[in-house]
Design a protein around this ligand. Structure first.
Ligand SMILES: CC(C)(COP(=O)(O)OP(=O)(O)OC[C@H]1O[C@@H](n2cnc3c(N)ncnc32)[C@H](O)[C@@H]1OP(=O)(O)O)[C@@H](O)C(=O)NCCC(=O)NCCS
Length: 188
């Protein structure tokens, strides 16, 4: 397991988290269409490790994957909604917990809602939950060097740019260099 007391600390249900404008909620089959809208856009998948979705089946598979990582207690993914609205406008979460109290964060927003500070707001809440409830010590993010927006939402949340890792990931069949960002519990 990934943390001391992992079994005790890991939530039984995906908890609902709230921010000023947003709710972070469990992702279910009902959200498949919204997930499809997010990931069928080439601008969203451009710097991600997945290809653009071309059918609703891809979105259903993604929903099942989010559920599976939670069941396996290896990650937690939330859907992002505006308060009192049902539609998912994005998703965020810990793709993967690792040994020694580390969580890898990932996020994506429907392009219609870019540039409104939504991801900055959602990351702040997930980071708070990670450090305070899950007792994670380090939260990290791997971003494509050209993904300016992703780097900005992280640094706005106090993440430090640690450096470039050469051919560190194998995304879409290609060895890719990434920029690693991290925030350590206690960093401002
Ligand atoms: C990256 C992403 C999540 C940003 O979400 P967002 O809610 O639009 O970001 P915010 O509105 O909180 O923006 C925070 C800052 O970054 C800037 N920014 C956001 N996207 C940008 C972009 N593509 N290019 C340049 N600046 C950008 C904003 O202007 C803002 O700066 P400001 O506070 O000085 O005005 C969103 O663009 C997205 O979903 N991209 C595709 C998926 C992806 O790349 N995910 C990350 C994988 S690691």
């Amino acid at each position: 397991m990934f943390f001391e007391n992992h079994e005790a600390i890991f939530p039984k249900y995906v908890p609902v988290l709230s921010t000023k404008r947003l709710e972070l909620v469990e992702i279910t089959e009902e959200h498949a269409e919204d997930i499809y809208q997010i990931y069928s856009n080439d601008n969203v998948t451009k710097y991600d490790d997945c290809y653009s979705f071309t059918s609703l089946d891809h979105a259903v598979e993604a929903v099942n994957l989010f559920k599976q990582v939670f069941t396996d207690k290896t990650g937690i993914r939330w859907g992002i909604t505006f308060k009192n609205e049902k539609n998912l406008i994005g998703n965020i979460g810990f793709n993967q917990f690792q040994s020694f109290h580390t969580g890898k964060i990932g996020f994506a927003l429907n392009e219609q809602f870019w540039g409104m500070g939504i991801c900055t707001e959602a990351i702040a809440e997930v980071v708070h939950y990670g450090f305070n409830t899950l007792k994670i010590h380090r939260i990290e993010a791997e971003t494509h060097p050209k993904n300016t927006g992703s780097g900005l939402v992280l640094t706005k949340n106090g993440f430090k740019r640690e450096g470039t890792l050469r051919d560190f990931v194998f995304w879409k069949g290609v060895h890719q260099t990434i920029v690693m960002y991290s925030k350590i519990s206690g960093d401002l």
